[in-house]
Every structure is written in structure tokens, then in C-alpha cells.
Write a protein that binds this ligand. Structure first.
Ligand code: AHR
Length: 661
């Protein structure tokens, strides 16, 4: 018996949903993710490689990340022309002196008990005498009798470069291990002779989907679990670079990993209060891997490429050494070649590279971003020839332009947000990327932002956004709740907002530069932020069409002042369900009556609720599930005119209802 006495509460808030008239389409790309190669998100994070500076290419010190002992020399005529450096290990003059190398990993190397790790090395013995390498996992700072807890030997037998592989299976879990490589004789004494080593690598065998050059499984799974509709990569400012030479160069990120030239990560030095002089990009997680991951998690790939300008935000209005308009061709070619790499036939120049990497079928890329957070004439005049070239060769590809780093014009219109939109309309960009890292008040007062947008112009891509808390609070509950509240305005304006993706995905707890982020991790564990759960709640309850919703007869429910309630509704044509989302940003419970026009009868609604008392609380490695959405049910009852859902929304909460129409 579902019916209960209507009118038992005095509802101050009546939400009315017209359940019978599905409106604008909610694009499948509506809720997406944004990968920025920051916070050790790629090397040291999602990318499975556990060793730092595996190819001895870091500069100025080619042994960064390594501790060398005995006789170690760096040479530069190795087997990989774009990564020519390698290490030569030779005998010391006494059996008790050892020669070897020890890698510190990224804030240590995380290994788990009884899991397998694939060690590999390119090696040769230039003098032809077989040499043994002892490979050890060690815990350098330990009270145990033995530092080493896992060991295997590799015999280097050839004077030609060859790849040698061995599996390590540690007997304990260690979060901050190191890898030690010793020249060694069979009798256990120090090695006699010479051995050259290059591209020394350690990977978990059990990567995401078992790919050998694969990704950390728990982190990739967390992405898949978000059910993203679109995947923007490889980042924002990383695309631009500190200088143009330092920009993300996708062509360096494809082909055999051993020969992908490294790049200095631009986030190494951006914040001197969090400075990482050994932060480089191995490009081991490159564009092929990004496209493959997009496919595997069911998201549309959205690569972003450089428009011929280095980081404009960092370098000022005259972006550092921008390419001249005449000198743009290589940048335009990068875009055209990327489309061929993703979509071209396997016998085209770049399609062949993709096919040789293991994916003869096209990736079916539909979108390309050109520029990140660019603004002003510099940008507009550069973007123009890109648009012309892409339209001419690939008319179906949708082009994403940018509106600068700020979501509004300030008094002086420094970043020229409005201008940017005007220019994007004139250039006929398909979508415009808006970014807003804003405070709590902004998120509470901008719910009507998209109501006034031109419905005939380019569509909105809210490509980076996050609510920043007071006192530099990040990833805390209150901020995530306000993001949830604001996101109702995306849904309500689905006719113009086609894509969204929040603040960067990943951050290493020991190596971050930027907060907030969606997923945090250390070397063996991870946790999902409350913002992650908000995104997941939306993406898994997106629906296919907007339903009209009013509150207390007001046309919208997206403004502070409406009792702190924010709401939106959608219909899911695939399941025939109505989905209603309501955020209560008020510090007290709210009683609401949800009138479901066009529906009669009783039914059960499934609910998913995010609710928590401590506004500054957040999830953490120690308490990864402190704040998570909880499932429940509630009743939809009959009234004379329509079905009605009466509910008490907890203070500061976000709830999604789902039920059949
Ligand atoms: O992801 C952090 C940075 O924030 C992005 O690189 C940039 O686009 C934005 O300013």
C-alpha cells in the first residue's frame, strides 16, 4: 500500500514536472572527463610504468631518479635515435665494490604482495662476455634484516642490443620500494666486465585490459566507472607549453615507446611552492593510448591541439614566441595528421602508424579542440586558418574553440570572454570551451547563466570547472554539493550545453600541483573525491531528454533564493524512466512536493542521495568512502490531479529520483 495522507506536511516548495513532453536532447557527451597531464597524473599515475627516467634522457642530469654506485657512465649512441642515452656499468677494482643503479620510482615504487611485475631492459655486453644483472625490489628505509624482498637474475648474453624480461613477484606489499640493479657474478660476488643498459622498465602485469604498455588498473577502472560521455585530453596548459617547444607534441607520443622522445612537463615549475625538478613526460601514455582508452570506456575522444601559441595565461597577452600566422602550417598539419591518425585508412601515412600500433580500425574521432584558454586577436587570427583547413578536408569534424580562462568579462575585460564568444560565432566554431574555477558564491548565483545564451550559435563545452572553497579548501563536501546544484543548469539548458567536464582528473597525494581533482592516489591506493561521485551520479542518470520543471510556479529552480533548492528533470527514452535531480543547498531540511503532471497512480522511486554533516570533510586515502552516495527508495503516490512525490530533503544534500512514467 503506497498511498499516504497528502497534506500531512505543509510543503513550502512545490516542484512541478511535466512528464509527458520530452524536450531538448541531452547529448550523450553531456557529462565527460578532462585529463590534464599534471599532478603526476600520467607518469607516476595512470600510466603503469613504475620507473622514473627509464631512458636516461632527463636533463640536466641524465641520472635523475637513479642512484648510481660503482662505475657508471652515461653514453649517447644507444639503439633508439630519439632517446640516445644509456648507462654503461663496468667492474670496480675489487670484489667487494659493486656497480649498479637504483631507481626511486615516483615517490617510491608501489608493489603489492603476490602480484606480478614485468621487469625489462634493453642490454648488451660490448665485450661479448656474458654478464648477469641482479634485479631487486628493495625497501631502502626499513628495520627489516634484508632491504631486498624480491629478486631475479637476468643474463645478458649478446653484444647486440636485446630486450630481456623477467617477472618479479614480491612477497609483501610495499608502498615506497625502489628497484636495484646490480652487476653480479653467478657466485654472488660483484660483477666483472661491462654491460650497457637502456630503457629499464617495470610494469604491473595486471594492467587495465592487460595492455603491455598499459595503465594502472584501479585508476583506469575509476574512469570507466564514471561512465563519461566525452574524454578531453591531454590537458589544458600542457597543450600550450611554457614555450612552443615545450608544447604537447602528439607526434612524439605515438609509435614504439622506447623511441618516444621525452618532454619537460610544464607543471614542473609553474608553482614554485610545489616544485618538481624531475617532472618530465615520458609520453608512454600517448595519443594512441588516449584514443584506445576513450574507446574502452565508451567516451568520445576530444583531443586538444596547440594553435601556435605558448601558454597565454602564463606568458601574457603576447603569448611567448607565438608562431606567426604565416608560420602556422606545421601546427595545422598536426591537426590534419591527427585526424588521419585517428580516422584514416590503415594504409594512409598516419593511419598506418595507428594500425602498426595495433588498431587498424579507425577510432572514429568526431571532435577536435584547437587552443586552450586562448583569447584576443592573437588567437582569433590564428584559429581562422585552422578552421578553414579542417573544414576543407574533414567537414564532419566538430571544432571546439575557446573563450579564454575566465567565464565572464571583468571590469577591464582583460581576458575578453564576450569577445571570444563573438569571435567563435564569426569563425563558426561548433562548440566553445568555457572554464570556471570559481568560489562558492559564484556557483550559487550563476544558475541562470545559460538561459540567455544564443540558441543558434555554437554550443557550450564547459570544459573545466570546479568550486573552490574558502580558506583554500579543496575537494570538500560543500564544494561538491554546490557543483551538483550548479549542474542542474547544464541539464535544464541541454539544448545549448552539449558537453561538460570538470576539474582535472588525477592527483598523486605526494606530487600534486593543482587542486581540486576528481581522483587522488598514492602508489598502491586511490580514493574518489566527492566531486567524482557527483559527476558519476549525473553521468549514470543523464536521461535522454529534458523535462520541463518549475518551482513554486517560477519557470526555473536554479537560483539562490528559491529556498536553496536547485532542480532539473529528464526523461530516459531508453528505459522509459523519469529522472529528477534536486540539490538542497540550505542548512536545514526542506520539505518538497514533486507534482508529476501527466502521471497517475502509485509507484516506487529509486533514490540516490549524497548527504553529509561536515561541510569541510572530504574523502581520503585513510577514509576513502567517508562520503559516498547512498541508494534508497521512496513512494510516488496518487493525488487527484497527478502522481505526487512528497519528500524531506536533508540539509545540504543532493538527491536523484528515478521511476517509471
Ligand atoms: O588543469 C589545470 C589548468 O587549469 C589547465 O591546464 C588550464 O586549462 C586551466 O587554467
Amino acid at each position: 500500500m503506497l498511498a499516504f495522507s497528502m497534506g500531512a506536511w505543509a510543503q513550502d516548495y512545490t516542484v512541478t514536472v511535466d512528464t509527458q513532453k520530452p524536450g531538448a536532447v541531452v547529448q550523450p557527451t553531456m557529462y565527460g572527463i578532462f585529463f590534464e597531464d599534471i599532478n603526476f597524473a600520467a607518469d607516476g599515475g595512470l600510466y603503469g610504468e613504475l620507473l622514473k627516467n627509464r631512458s636516461f634522457e632527463f636533463t640536466p642530469d641524465h641520472l635523475m631518479g637513479w642512484q648510481a654506485f660503482g662505475k657508471v657512465e652515461i653514453k649517447n649512441d644507444g639503439p633508439f635515435d630519439r632517446n640516445p642515452h644509456y648507462a654503461r656499468l663496468s667492474t670496480m677494482n675489487h670484489n667487494d665494490w659493486w656497480t649498479g643503479l637504483q631507481n626511486e620510482g615516483y615517490f617510491g615504487i608501489g608493489v603489492e604482495q603476490n602480484k606480478e611485475y614485468r621487469f625489462s631492459v634493453y642490454a648488451r655486453v660490448p665485450e661479448g662476455k656474458t654478464q648477469m644483472l641482479r634485479v631487486q625490489l628493495v625497501e631502502p628505509y626499513t628495520n627489516e634484516e634484508h632491504q631486498e624482498f624480491c629478486q631475479q637474475d637476468v643474463k645478458v648474453t649478446s653484444s647486440d642490443w636485446q630486450k630481456y624480461t623477467v617477472i618479479l613477484k614480491p612477497n609483501r606489499t610495499v608502498d615506497k620500494a625502489q628497484l636495484r640493479l646490480l652487476m653480479c657474478e653467478e657466485n654472488g660476488r660483484s660483477g666483472r666486465g661491462t654491460v650497457d643498459v637502456e630503457h629499464i622498465s617495470l610494469f604491473p602485469v595486471d594492467t587495465w585490459k592487460g595492455h603491455e604498455n598499459g595503465m594502472r588498473k584501479d585508476l583506469a577502472q575509476a574512469l570507466a566507472d564514471m561512465k563519461p560521455g566525452v574524454f578531453r585530453f591531454p590537458g589544458g596548459c600542457i597543450v600550450e607549453g611554457v614555450t612552443l617547444d615545450n608544447r604537447y607534441n602528439w607526434k612524439n607520443s605515438v609509435g614504439p615507446v622506447e623511441n618516444r622522445p621525452i618532454n619537460k612537463n610544464r607543471w614542473e615549475c609553474t608553482f614554485t611552492y610545489r616544485y618538481y625538478p624531475d617532472y618530465f613526460q615520458s609520453y608512454g601514455l600517448g595519443f594512441y593510448e588516449f584514443f584506445l582508452l576513450s574507446e574502452e570506456i565508451g567516451a568520445e575522444p576530444l583531443p586538444v591541439l596547440n594553435v601556435g601559441m605558448a601558454c597565454q595565461f602564463q606568458n601574457g597577452d603576447n603569448a611567448h614566441a607565438p608562431a606567426t600566422v604565416e608560420g602556422l602550417q606545421p601546427f595545422i598539419d598536426d591537426c590534419l595528421d591527427l585526424i588521419e591518425f585517428a580516422n584514416g585508412p590503415a594504409d594512409s601515412k598516419w593511419g598506418k602508424v595507428r594500425a602498426e600500433m595495433g588498431h587498424p580500425e579507425p577510432f572514429n574521432m568526431k571532435y577536435i579542440g584547437v587552443g586552450n584558454e586562448q583569447w584576443g586577436e592573437f588567437y582569433y587570427e590564428r584559429l581562422k586558418p585552422f578552421v578553414a583547413a579542417i573544414r576543407a578536408k574533414y567537414p564532419d569534424i566538430k571544432i571546439v574553440g575557446t573563450s579564454g580562462p575566465m567565464p565572464d568579462d571583468d571590469e577591464k575585460a582583460t581576458y575578453r570572454f564576450q569577445d571570444g564568444w563573438k569571435a567563435m560565432k564569426e569563425l563558426k566554431a561548433d562548440l566553445v570551451d568555457e572554464h570556471y574555477y570559481r568560489d562558492e558564491a559564484w556557483f550559487l548565483t550563476n544558475g541562470l547563466r545559460y538561459d540567455s545564451y544564443d540558441r543558434k550559435g555554437p554550443k557550450v563545452f564547459a570544459g573545466e570547472y570546479a568550486c573552490h572553497g574558502k580558506h583554500k579548501k579543496c575537494n570538500h563536501y560543500r564544494a561538491a554539493l554546490l557543483e551538483a546544484a550548479f549542474m542542474t543548469s547544464f541539464e535544464r539548458n541541454a539544448d545549448v550545453v552539449w558537453m561538460t567536464s570538470p576539474a582535472p582528473l588525477f592527483a598523486h597525494v605526494d606530487g600534486w600541483q593543482w587542486r581540486p581533482d576528481q581522483i587522488w592516489f598514492d602508489n598502491t591506493e586511490m580514493f574518489k573525491s566527492v566531486s567524482y561521485y557527483v559527476q558519476q551520479m549525473y553521468a549514470t542518470n543523464a536521461g535522454t531528454n529534458v523535462l520541463s520543471l518549475t518551482m513554486n510556479k517560477q519557470p526555473v529552480a536554479n537560483l539562490e533564493g528559491q529556498g536553496g533548492l536547485f532542480a532539473s528533470a529528464a526523461f530516459d527514452a531508453k528505459t522509459g524512466e523519469v529522472i529528477i535531480k534536486i540539490a538542497n543547498t540550505y542548512h536545514q531540511e526542506r520539505e518538497v512536493s514533486i507534482n508529476l503532471q501527466g502521471m497517475q497512480g502509485d509507484r516506487i522511486a529509486e533514490t540516490l542521495t549524497l548527504s553529509h554533516d561536515g561541510m569541510n570533510d572530504e574523502n581520503s586515502i585513510a577514509q576513502p568512502t567517508l562520503i559516498t552516495p547512498q541508494k534508497g527508495t521512496t513512494v510516488v503516490s496518487s493525488d487527484k490531479k497527478c502522481s505526487v512525490l512528497l519528500d524531506e530533503l536533508p540539509p545540504m544534500s543532493f538527491r536523484i529520483y528515478r521511476f517509471t512514467r
